[in-house]
Write a protein that binds this ligand. Structure first.
Ligand code: AMP
Length: 179
């Protein structure tokens, strides 16, 4: 699965703000929308930066609440790692783990078209694993009903199930579908 699949599920809406606004404006938007980061929009729908709740907490922790009046531009991360619709979910997991951030704006032809959070990625991975488990159980049930060993593929086996069977190892002696 890829980024496009995530955006189809969650939608393409992104909460943005311009860099002249204050950190207090950021705090209000994070609270209103129940989200963890705001993308800073530049000219022509381009991404100029990103501010997450961590940036906000760091700024307040270092300078106190007076910092909330300061402009976003002084606190945003300007080098933003972005994703494309065709990117596989594994690439996003790898980038988020390597760089230790939890959000990636999605950009196509230079314009912001969505945002993927680590929560979206985890949700999609769980869906994928559930689908794989269901397919494996159905295949195992089919084998049991037909009296086939899951490794030795019968000629009559539906084409869609054949791929699963070939991946099994010879150490699998039984076709157990009780769980
Ligand atoms: P987060 O884990 O998303 O709350 O962000 C942790 C830090 O990484 C903050 O300083 C953010 O400004 C920064 N950050 C978040 N997302 C990105 C991104 N896609 N590219 C670069 N920096 C980011």
């Amino acid at each position: 699965m890829n980024v496009a699949a995530i955006l189809r599920l969650k939608g393409r809406g992104v909460v943005t703000i311009t860099k002249d606004k204050s950190l207090l404006d950021i705090a209000k938007l994070l609270e209103q929308h129940g989200i963890g980061c705001i993308v800073i929009e530049g000219d022509n729908g381009k991404v100029a930066g990103i501010v997450s709740e961590r940036d906000l907490m760091r700024a307040i922790g270092q300078s106190g609440p007076k910092v909330l009046k300061e402009p976003v531009s002084d606190f945003m991360t300007k080098t933003v790692v972005t994703a494309r619709e065709a990117d596989p979910i594994d690439r996003l997991m790898s980038e988020m783990t390597t760089h230790r951030f939890r959000h990636m704006p999605v950009v196509e032809r230079g314009r912001l078209i969505g945002l993927v959070s680590i929560g979206d990625v985890v949700k999609m991975r769980i869906t994928e694993v559930e689908m794989e488990t269901t397919a494996t159980r159905e295949y195992a049930g089919y084998c049991q009903e037909e009296g086939y060993h899951p490794i030795r593929l019968p000629q009559s086996m539906p084409h869609t199930m054949a791929g699963l069977g070939t991946k099994r190892t010879n150490s699998m002696e039984r076709c157990d579908v009780s769980n």
